[in-house]
Write a new protein. Structure first.
Length: 308
């Protein structure tokens, strides 16, 4: 229809596309390149903080590196991030990790001139909605963050329980740091459960089906008022395997994490954890986020991801 053709020229693409993806599908691969060396970091890089935009990995890639995202099936380069080591962030003792600031980024999901035009429309929209967007990022960093989402990121519900406090809220700045056997979570330091997580040092992650998107988003909207009790949630819960923390009964997978380290990076608290247990409960499409322009690229190739 003519409207589908005209729309991208007058309206910005959504920054994030909520999609349903089978867990652990490697649709997009990530490779870190530096000084003539290169390693696959598809399961070994996470976002440690949004402002500044920092990537954590268990790979020591020297002072400067490039992170490349490629379509796994076609081999086509989708985007790159230029990284510079940030020595101001001390390497945590419990976790041999490297921190890299994102210096620049580019993607190839849209053809020129739509690529530049869409970035301009997105930046204008972000500036207009700056007070409600909560991202606290400058436009260049927001564009770079979208590139980091070329690898679709799973959305989980994080359950936290401490004395007199319980909460369950969505996160997607999470993931494994494969080579070190660690798992990280980047949480806004203002989150009401942040002090409790530092204290109890344990959480449970429910990897949820794509069909749960509405309820997942609703939990973020009410994040300032944690549930009065677990029974007040709009879905049934079941205790996690070792910690007995209530998790989503209809989850595809539940993981328990023991937090071994936390540090403040910009506006976020970067938690580093070890996986204590993994319960595989069901198969199906899991809720993920990818960049809006990645979904457009896949549509053009007639391989769209399932919209959640
Ligand atoms: C799909 C989704 C993913 C989210 N991922 C994160 C995340 O990774 N880190 C984070 O701090 N907040 C994330 N949020 C927001 C949190 O759920 C929560 O609302 C926020 O941490 C509360 O912080 P505040 O009190 O500073 O607003 C996400 C929200 C949604 C809807």
């Amino acid at each position: 229809m003519w409207k589908d053709w005209v729309r991208p020229f007058v309206r910005p693409l959504p920054q994030w596309a909520p999609v349903g993806v089978a867990p652990a599908s490697r649709l997009v691969t990530a490779r870190l390149r530096w000084d003539g060396e290169s390693v696959d970091v598809t399961a070994d890089h996470t976002v440690a903080s949004l402002n500044p935009l920092v990537i954590a990995t268990s790979v020591d890639a020297g002072e400067r590196a490039v992170l490349e995202y490629r379509d796994a099936a076609a081999g086509q380069l989708l985007g790159t991030l230029r990284l510079v080591r940030d020595a101001s962030m001390a390497e945590p003792q419990a976790a041999p990790l490297s921190f890299y600031r994102v210096e620049a980024g580019a993607h190839r999901c849209l053809h020129w001139p739509l690529r530049a035009w869409n970035a301009w429309l997105q930046n204008r929209s972000m500036a207009r909605h700056a007070s409600s967007a909560h991202l606290n990022m400058d436009p260049a960093a927001a564009q770079q963050l979208m590139i980091a989402y070329l690898c679709p990121r799973p959305v989980v519900l994080v359950s936290v329980e401490g004395a007199g406090h319980r909460n369950i809220f969505p996160m997607d700045l999470i993931g494994p740091l494969e080579r070190s056997g660690l798992y990280s979570l980047a949480l806004r330091s203002t989150n009401v459960s942040e002090p409790v997580m530092r204290e109890v040092r344990r959480v449970a992650l429910s990897h949820v089906p794509a069909a749960m998107k509405p309820v997942v988003y609703k939990l973020a909207a009410h994040h300032k008022q944690p549930p009065r009790d677990w029974a007040a949630l709009p879905f049934p819960v079941r205790p996690s395997k070792t910690f007995g923390i209530p998790t989503v009964a209809g989850a595809l997978r539940v993981q328990e994490l023991s937090i071994v380290h936390s540090q403040t990076i910009g506006l976020h608290t970067f938690f580093v954890a070890r996986v204590v247990s993994t319960e595989q409960l069901a198969d199906g499409a899991q809720l993920h986020h990818t960049a809006g322009f990645h979904q457009v690229y896949r549509r053009r190739r007639r391989q769209p991801l399932q919209d959640a």
